[in-house]
Design a protein around this ligand. Structure first.
Ligand SMILES: [Zn+2]
Length: 671
């Protein structure tokens, strides 16, 4: 049983080893002035801790830990295994990855290790063993931060060997493997396990990595395998820590939008808490980080840690406009609104050198607290000091679930035809945005989650349907659930082999339709769609649908299939199953989602929707906290529902009717 983190964390990555020891005390005073209470340390210090194999010097880290402990900081201790020292590459070149193009990488950058290379695993575990033994008893360490932002792939000889073993476990026999990979196509039969080679650009894959493959079963298995090997390396570090410290939570930080190469749903069970690095760009619409936060929260159906974000600029994006007054506070509170129990930054002190020296920080190069950014951080610290204890551990409750599935993500984007524009995340976001705009809370779940807790389950582009899923969805709908899916659904099994007898394969009876073929449009082409009184448009694909029990909700109004079904609805048992055969234009999709929500009897948190984000967290004592966020540069109206009977948790005053640009309120009902 792990000891949960007892405080709302406000802090971030701190690298005092880049600075003279005399300056650390002053740094800590500045952090305290901003009410910062936590620091993540030792994330990239392997080379500093160990000048050669088997040699360690922890004196500097000891001093850092002592100084932060004396100041009563909560410490998140990194394991430093995400950037290898130069000596390790020199001594064991096989620790470097072989990339998709077949090139062995030399020393450089970070996130550069092969997850299966024996020398890497042995020496990473040795470092972690020394760290955990040394610091396990420090009560200020509230969590262990393993490695960093796992990602990428390796195609080396160690990985190839491990892949063959992984396949033997998965398939047992080559007959099963050959059937799964459809190797009778293009003379691909495998007769001996050692004939299997990695699917890189020199083999069965082509185009940018992850985009095209000749043998989808092989490429899907390689992505499953690589994600599993990264996870296995993570588990090696985690169990090494736990041998010394079984109580303190252990995690790694997830990242990206979301990271395609790591199946976070498979990893979640090995994370004691989900931690997420959030870096929306200046032009990222607000619903996108909201979607990612909902995904992170739903991985364990628990609050998560916002592990990294920037207090001002992001140096690695193409453009880094300054955050406008109020923007930093509002966007950090957006993460909290969606379930974060921390606000943490990369970085607490801006580096003088290296690739992230122009990334924002609490202590900037100016090295003074008399800056606009510091002033904003100080104010946020005051707010979090009041809000944090009230919000810690409170939950978000959703009646709508949006399915996001990594195997489906991989398979859909590998599809050879019938359009090259299958961008899974973008297509999922079409639907997410509909609920976001209505302030309908959404969980972003896996295909293995329990559907029964939701009134509506939306699974767009559910191309890959693994065994048992269709039965579970059917039972859910028969029992009164409402389900929606779209074109491309139900086409293939877990190895990307087509279900015969008409699309959408095992979902046909649930949906009460079958699909004969699908028209695939070039970018500028659309089909007209008649939906109730409205004429809207469809793009990307248009399925030619045969209803078999389903009611027609919308029809095509152009092309040779005009008059046939574009959207259907099937009553089955106590519930309904909807099928959307084309990518509806936003107005059409909005009208359809109104119908679907009405059928499922789901309403948003506000009926009045003036373009502000409203979410709710509920504390164990039943107290509800409403986050009302104006995530725009223009003023907006307070939703009418909050005009009376609510107070601002920070000021205890009723909220004003107008919200300033980037206003972010946390409201609760008056007693
Ligand atoms: Zn490798």
């Amino acid at each position: 049983m792990k000891t949960p983190i007892k405080d709302f964390l406000y802090g971030g990555d701190y690298n005092p080893d880049q600075w003279p020891q005399e300056s650390w005390g002053e740094d800590i005073q500045v952090f305290k002035q901003a009410k910062i209470n936590s620091a993540t340390i030792n994330v990239f210090s392997w080379a500093a801790l160990s000048p050669a194999e088997g040699e360690y010097d922890f004196s500097k880290l000891d001093a850092i830990v002592d100084e932060l402990s004396a100041a009563d900081f909560k410490i998140i201790m990194g394991t430093s295994t995400a950037a290898m020292p130069a000596w390790l590459f020199k001594k064991y070149p096989e620790v470097g990855r072989v990339d998709y193009q077949g090139r062995r990488h030399v020393f450089g950058q970070r996130h550069n290790f092969c997850p299966t290379a024996p020398a890497y695993r042995r020496l990473a575990a040795d470092l972690v063993d020394h760290l955990a033994a040394r610091y396990a008893d420090n009560p200020h360490i509230v969590a262990w931060h393993v490695n960093n932002e796992y990602g990428g792939t390796c195609y080396c000889e160690h990985c190839q060997q491990a892949f063959r073993g992984w396949l033997k476990d998965r398939y047992q026999t080559l007959d099963r493997l050959n059937a799964a990979w459809a190797t009778s196509v293009w003379s691909h039969q495998i007769y001996h396990w050692d004939e299997i080679v990695v699917p890189n650009e020199l083999g069965d894959a082509w185009g940018p990595e992850g985009s095209h493959t000749i043998v989808a079963g092989l490429s899907l298995d390689y992505l499953r395998f690589q994600s599993a090997m990264m996870q296995d390396e993570y588990r090696l570090e985690k169990t090494t820590i736990e041998a010394h410290d079984p109580q303190t939570p252990v995690f790694t930080n997830f990242h990206s939008t979301p990271n395609k190469l790591i199946d976070y749903q498979a990893w979640a069970k090995d994370q004691d808490v989900i931690a997420y690095d959030s870096y929306p760009a200046y032009d990222t619409p607000a619903y996108q980080p909201a979607f990612l936060y909902d995904l992170m929260r739903s991985l364990k159906h628990q609050p998560f840690l916002l592990m990294e974000s920037t207090p001002s600029q992001v140096n690695w994006q193409p453009y880094s406009p300054l955050k406008r007054p109020g923007q930093m506070r509002a966007t950090e509170l957006q993460a909290v609104a969606h379930g974060a129990d921390s606000v943490q930054f990369f970085q607490l002190k801006q580096a003088r050198g290296g690739s992230e020296k122009f990334h924002g920080a609490v202590i900037s190069h100016a090295q003074t607290t008399k800056t606009r950014a510091f002033n904003d951080l100080e104010k946020l610290g005051d707010d979090l000091e009041k809000l944090g204890p009230q919000l810690l551990g409170s939950t978000n409750q959703a009646k709508v679930a949006l399915v996001f599935d990594w195997a489906n993500y991989w398979a859909l984007e590998y599809v050879a035809g019938i359009t090259q524009d299958l961008d899974y995340c973008q297509l999922i976001l079409d639907y997410y945005r509909q609920f976001y705009d209505r302030n309908v809370p959404v969980d972003v779940i896996s295909v293995d989650d329990d559907f029964s807790q939701y009134d509506l389950v939306v699974a767009p582009y559910l191309y890959l349907v693994k065994p048992g899923l269709a039965d579970r969805l059917t039972a859910y709908v028969k029992g009164g659930g409402h389900f929606l899916t779209t074109m491309m659904a139900g086409m293939v099994d877990e190895n990307d082999n087509v279900y015969l007898g008409g699309y959408p394969g095992p979902l046909k009876e649930l949906l009460g339709i079958w699909v004969e073929e699908s028209d695939a449009f070039p970018p500028a082409q659309e089909v007209k769609v008649a939906l109730g009184q409205q004429t809207t448009a469809g793009s990307l694909l248009a399925d030619l649908i045969h209803p078999e029990g389903a009611e027609v909700v919308a029809t095509y109004a152009s092309e040779f299939y005009a008059g046939t079904a574009a959207v259907t609805k099937h009553q089955l048992g106590q519930g309904t199953a909807w099928y959307v055969g084309t990518r509806l234009a936003p107005a059409g999709l909005s009208a359809l989602i109104d119908q679907v929500l009405a059928a499922a009897k789901v309403t948003g948190l506000t009926a009045d929707q003036p373009g502000v984000e409203v979410t709710k967290r509920v504390q164990k004592d039943g107290q509800s906290y409403y986050f009302v966020l104006n995530l725009t540069n223009q003023s907006a109206s307070l939703p009418k529902e909050f005009a009376q009977g609510y107070v601002d948790c920070l000021t205890n005053q009723a909220p004003a009717a107008r919200l300033a640009p980037w206003a972010a309120l946390v409201l609760k009902k008056t007693n």
